[in-house]
Design a protein around this ligand. Structure first.
Ligand code: FMN
Length: 397
């Protein structure tokens, strides 16, 4: 996503400047060329040397730096994105007025690239009509904002917006601004993720090893590509990606009900969840005790979600299933693709090292309707998610 991208990172003088260092670092690590431009106040918080060390490029602090006479024109016209974090109340006011009284505002006035701003300020400063009017004016001119959020401020706790969004959230919004112009833009994508849990008694469950990582990365990628994303998640220990609507479920039956309600509006459904295939047929109302000795738990099959909801699919929608198999995965995957009338099936072998549940990596084959597998190398689940949506986007009309 970021490799080869040219980003101007504008930093104005707020306490959240320390998070700008993380942004500079992450973007550089991801392969972007990052040019940092500081206001005079920002340089009071974090020096240019810090940013130069993090990006490997000289940071700009003045219009009058020797040898960089036209940087304020070239940088914003050569960039893929101008990211301002933090954006102070003062910077918002200057930009809304169209001022060009330092290197950052001059560069903003000369811009041709899209601008994403992450405001950060005291909650009272943010609530002020002057600031709200400035935000509105800039929004009307096409500036995109991320945050501010409710949360602790340097001066203490707050219940109102003011705190700058975290770097991960800002980067996700930046990615959506840059990468959201493809075929997924504006489409509704439903991704299911994680395991389900089926009760044996009030305290015990039958579940599986699914971590949800694959589904969460899929939701993240779809949102960054401009989709409206509903993430239907079983119980997992992961933070939902920015921007997605999270619907939590517990059992396979819950999952089926949510898929049933979402499917008629979904342009794409990706079933990356690992719902339990069996559930205890008669869960005990009270906790079963060891004193009673060995127990047998009769199991019954759960709902077959993909087959059972077939009639609800929106015309022209793309349905992607997953098949985690042990042995002969491709043949089993092809058979599932046919049986469940899918557009794609993503197949992996649970016994392969580095693939399947719990890992951060996966090795999968993506099979489309013609049955030919696209065999992907062992790679991160994020990269696998990118490849799956590449295939989905190619097949979207
Ligand atoms: C310790 C400290 C923290 C500050 N934090 C913020 C802040 O978070 N947001 C903000 O809008 N202004 C903050 N200010 C005020 C700005 O630094 C001041 O308005 C300055 O003129 C901003 O200039 P700039 O927008 O050119 O960077 C802070 C000032 C100090 C001294």
């Amino acid at each position: 996503m970021w490799a080869g991208r040219r980003v101007v990172l504008g930093v104005s003088g707020g306490i959240a400047c320390y998070k700008s260092c993380v942004l500079a670092r992450r973007l550089t690590e991801a392969g972007a060329r990052v040019d940092v431009v500081l206001t005079r106040s920002a340089a009071e918080f974090v020096g240019a040397v810090t940013f130069e060390s993090l990006t490997g490029r000289p940071a700009l602090t003045s219009l009058w730096e020797p040898g960089r006479a036209l940087a304020h024109i070239r940088l914003p016209q050569d960039a893929d994105l101008i990211l301002i974090a933090p954006a102070t109340a003062h910077l918002l006011a200057r930009m809304a007025q169209g001022l060009a009284d330092d290197v950052l505002t001059t560069l903003l006035l000369a811009r041709t690239a899209p601008v994403l701003m992450a405001p950060a300020m005291n909650d009272e400063m943010h609530a002020r009509p002057e600031t709200q009017a400035n935000l509105e004016r800039l929004r009307a001119r096409g500036v995109v904002f991320v945050g501010p959020e409710v949360g602790a401020l340097a001066e203490g706790p707050s219940e109102r917006p003011g705190r700058m969004s975290e770097p991960e959230t800002i980067l996700a919004h930046a990615a959506r601004l840059l990468g959201g112009g493809g075929k997924l833009a504006g489409r509704r994508v439903v991704v299911t993720a994680g395991p389900t849990r089926e009760p044996i008694d009030p305290v015990r469950v039958v579940t599986n090893r699914s971590s949800g990582k694959m589904g969460y990365r899929l939701a993240e990628v779809a949102w960054e590509r401009g989709a409206e994303v509903v993430l239907v998640s079983g119980p997992v220990a992961l933070a939902p990606p920015p921007g997605v609507t999270l619907r939590r479920v517990e059992t396979t039956s819950d999952l089926e009900a949510v898929v049933r309600s979402e499917l008629p509006r979904a342009d794409v459904l990706v079933m990356a969840a690992a719902p339990a295939d069996f559930r205890p047929s008669d869960p005990s109302a009270s906790k079963r005790s060891r004193i009673d000795g060995a127990i047998a738990v009769p199991m019954e099959p759960t709902e077959d979600i993909l087959s059972g909801t077939r009639d609800l699919r929106k015309a022209g929608s793309i349905i992607v299933g997953f098949a985690l198999e042990t042995g002969d995965a491709l043949a089993k995957g092809r058979s599932k693709l046919e049986r469940k009338h899918l557009d794609f099936i993503v197949v992996n072998d649970a016994l392969e090292p580095g693939a399947g549940f719990e890992h951060d990596t996966n090795r999968v084959a993506v099979i489309g309707r013609d049955g030919t597998p696209q065999i992907l190398p062992l790679q991160s689940k994020r990269e696998v998610a990118e490849a799956i949506f590449d295939a989905v986007e190619r097949s979207l009309g």
